[in-house]
Ligand binder design. Sequence first.
Ligand SMILES: [Fe+2]
Length: 468
Amino acid sequence: MKSFSSFVPAFVAIVLGLVLNSAVFANGGKTSVYVRQVQKAVDMPLDSDVFRVPPGYNAPQQVHITQGDHDGKAVIVSWLTEDEPGSSVVLYWGENIKQKKKAEGKFDTYKFYNYTSGYIHHCTIRNLEYSTKYYYEVGLDHTRRKFWFTTPPAVGPNVPYTFGLIGDLGQSFDSNSTLTHYEQNPQKGQAVLFVGDLSYADNYPNHDNVRWDSWGRFVERSVAYQPWIWTAGNHEIDFAPEIGENEPFKPYTHRYHVPYRASTSTAPFWYSIKRASAYIIVLSSYSAYGKYTPQYKWLEKELPKVNRSETPWLIVLMHSPWYNSYNYHYMEGESMRVMYEPWFVQYKVDVVFAGHVHAYERSERVSNIAYNVVNGICTPVKDQSAPVYITIGDGGNLEGLATNMTEPQPAYSAYREASFGHAIFDIKNQTHAYYSWHRNHDGYAVEADSMWFFNRFWHPVDESSTSQ
Ligand SMILES: [Fe+2]
């Protein structure tokens, strides 16, 4: 056995090597020298307390909410009952109002190979007051369950609002750590922008949909109390013709409703919402996006509708990143970037959040839109009209971390690190937002990466000098 003293020089050499490595090869920004212990992420067993079924016959479970209209005055409440349909009614009331209101929803079931779902209820409650705490109840008699949420402030230009950012969450022990860190972050997120890949049920034999149910119970502790804005990832596709399942997105679309019709979208995979001072556009990496496709035509009409005097902050969510310097999923987002990046620059998108790569990365403000096949101009260049691209696919799913990066670090990459975590996008006013990324291995309040965002429409000043 080696003595402790022989470890010390070896340790120093490793750390020095890592520091020198980043100093010598980093043409771009910073590759963090923080090295998380690489160990395989393991899903929590089904009898874990986080998956506990609420007590009582047919008790509502997997309760979750999301925005239910275009401007934040409606909420979609969803839940599942296992034994029988029960009731699809939601009772709700404002904090200072005794009178309970009632909204009637609908339920549905689906089959997936040899799995039959419980009764999945969706109920939209409308005409809510802004900035108001509401209580709501689902279920019947002795198994009634009560939750609450706070509606956002009225849509407007100088309305502070705090978004959480989580991607590729899954249901491993690391996923639980990510969710706990988000919940315990002293900067309290008011809604989550979720960038796709929810349950990872499709990693189980026959896409065991029991893992969709366990995931729904796992995240209830957050998503029953604040809306999560959903983006579809590749693990939502659940396309499995080998077992007779030919309908893409079947479990996801039955379980997670979004208000796509309110933004004149024709499919739940791309849509928009306004929330406080933000305009959020959700895109689908896994639906057709070429010219003349429904998603293309929708986005072409959607971007000119964004009124920056009303919603200064323009945020785009998608699953597969356009700027990614890891060797995982490298260039998978490239064809969509080619299609839509000129629009993002033209309409001055502030920030694009993506997942898919199980690590963290933040880009400089760059664009790569000059190339026209013959001119050879195909290098990303600094562009103050371009968004910052952030990959936040580090939720902690069972597939483990993406640790292998392209070297040298490209100039467009400002910061990258292979650690699990979440982020906060804290809009202060029309011109400033504070962004921070938090790794799971730190204390709840620690910021591993941060940046002041200057709004691209109202204050398009280069903020890269202020970034860490
Ligand atoms: Fe993914």
